[in-house]
Design a protein around this ligand. Structure first.
Ligand SMILES: C[S@@+](CC[C@H](N)C(=O)[O-])C[C@H]1O[C@@H](n2cnc3c(N)ncnc32)[C@H](O)[C@@H]1O
Length: 277
């Protein structure tokens, strides 16, 4: 198989998301933080519906810069919350930002989600947000989730499915960028259509009470520009260098086109859940 940009990055098991390889790291960090904050109210409702407030040991798997990890800690202050990620730069941001909080910090730790450094049955809730689309071996991650959860413990996995990413009215340059990003992510072993597979994935690992629902996020909630920045623009970073350059030049044009049409972008975010056996 041809070696792609993303495959070269995956030597560290970071799959198709290597923050340190982004050209615009400051921008990407701001995007991760903005995305985690903008939809927190909606996300909190989902987590509460899955009983997070009754849990004592919560793991945020692939916590990135820890924004959601800290929000979980403030939501369930009496619980012990741990955030793990394989990327040290993002973990350092999480640790440093959590020092500003007026509540106890979560524990942040470097770990690979396919080889977790925790005893069997250490957690009663595991949350994984926008991780699975990047994994070359999602089965290995689910095996580990099952192992570290207590029997009956809950997993919630949130991820995209680009078949539910829509622009109205349609915009061909937007489609060109999202198609190219999906193609190269798949070449690197990732999957931007992972959303619809998540319930089957959990069921195949003997999780019980498996559910999957779709939450719709839309640019009507936070504005077209912010929504585009958070869900689409960053994808140029995941393209091979030459194509990334071309697509980066296309961004202002896509923005103008979307604005002139007064377009709405919507994304279906899949939320799968199950209980460990
Ligand atoms: C798109 S970011 C999502 C971060 C965070 N969950 C959020 O929603 O803001 C994907 C994260 O997965 C992490 N990651 C990728 N592969 C990993 C692995 N094998 N083990 C642990 N973390 C991993 C990356 O470092 C990155 O922080």
């Amino acid at each position: 198989m041809q070696t792609t940009h993303i495959q070269r990055l995956s030597g560290t098991n970071l799959g198709t998301y290597s923050f340190d390889e982004f050209e615009e790291r400051k921008q990407e960090l701001a995007r991760l933080k903005e995305q985690a904050s903008s939809f927190w109210q909606q996300e909190k409702t989902v987590l509460v519906a899955h009983g997070i407030q009754n849990c004592h040991n919560i793991l945020d798997l692939a916590c990135g810069p820890g924004v959601v990890t800290r929000k979980i800690k403030s939501l369930v202050p009496d619980s012990h919350v741990t955030g793990v990620d394989l990327n040290e730069s993002l973990l350092n941001v999480a640790i440093s930002d959590s020092q500003q909080d007026d509540f106890e910090s979560p524990t942040f730790r470097k770990a690979d989600c396919t080889k977790l450094p925790f005893e069997t049955s250490s957690f009663d809730f595991v949350y994984a947000r926008f991780l699975f689309q990047h994994l070359c071996d999602p089965d290995a991650a689910v095996t580990e989730i099952n192992r570290v959860l207590t029997p009956g413990g809950r997993v919630v996995i949130v991820d995209v499915d680009d078949r539910d990413l829509n622009v109205t009215p349609s915009c061909s340059s937007f489609d060109q960028l999202t198609r190219a990003a999906g193609f190269f992510q798949a070449q690197g072993g990732g999957n931007r259509h992972v959303g619809r597979t998540l319930d089957d994935l959990l069921a195949s690992h003997n999780f019980t009470n498996v559910t999957r629902q779709v939450q719709v996020m839309s640019s009507d909630q936070i504005g077209l520009d912010s929504f585009f920045r958070m869900t689409t623009q960053f994808k140029v970073e995941q393209l091979p260098k030459e194509l990334a350059g071309q697509m980066r030049d296309l961004i202002p044009e896509i923005r103008r086109e979307l604005a002139s049409m007064n377009a709405t972008i919507s994304a279906g975010i899949h939320v799968a859940s199950g209980l460990a056996c």
